[in-house]
Design a protein around this ligand. Structure first.
Ligand code: ATP
Ligand code: MG
Length: 137
């Protein structure tokens, strides 16, 4: 398996509860290496563009308000099958449906405030990494 990169965001609900270290440990213990990271407060423009795919969904406005509500740790994770591995570590979008031991099962508050984002395909990973870390492209 060749090395792959994926984009992760530790979302404002998790940074505000001091869960950054615990969540990063899940990635590292699963064999993913953090190759770039930036703590930032997203602007409404950045959050709106990042989640533009959801612009017609009823929760879009709420999602943008939430993503700009505090600090987010944006990072690039690298390892074998990084995109799928990260999605497995995250668990289902709705924490009530997330498998035991996954990040969302352990730390998410709700389907909206669900602790982490992860790219859902290799193609989207490339786009998302370029969005936040153009110097890596
Ligand atoms: P992400 O893209 O953040 O990794 P995901 O791929 O698991 O999450 P998506 O369907 O892409 O899920 O939804 C993007 C984000 O929008 C979710 O992570 C969550 O924060 C929010 N969201 C999704 N569904 C709902 C909903 N029904 N109500 C409120 N917020 C939602
Ligand atoms: Mg998604």
């Amino acid at each position: 398996m060749t090395k792959q990169r994926t984009l992760s965001i530790i979302k404002p609900d998790a940074t505000s509860r001091n869960l950054v270290g615990k969540i990063l440990s899940h990635f590292e213990e699963a064999g993913l290496t953090i190759v770039a990271a930036r703590m930032m407060t997203l602007t409404p423009e950045q959050a709106g563009q990042f989640y533009i795919i959801h612009k017609d969904r009823p929760f879009y406005g709420e999602l943008i308000d939430y993503m700009v509500s505090g600090r987010a740790l944006v990072s690039v994770l690298e390892g074998d099958d990084a995109v799928n591995l990260n999605r497995k570590l995250m668990g289902a979008t709705d924490p009530k449906k997330a498998d035991a031991g996954t990040i969302r099962n352990l730390y998410a508050e709700s389907i909206a405030a669900n602790a982490v984002h992860g790219s859902d395909s290799a193609e989207n990973a490339a786009t998302e990494i370029k969005f936040f870390f153009p110097e890596l492209a």
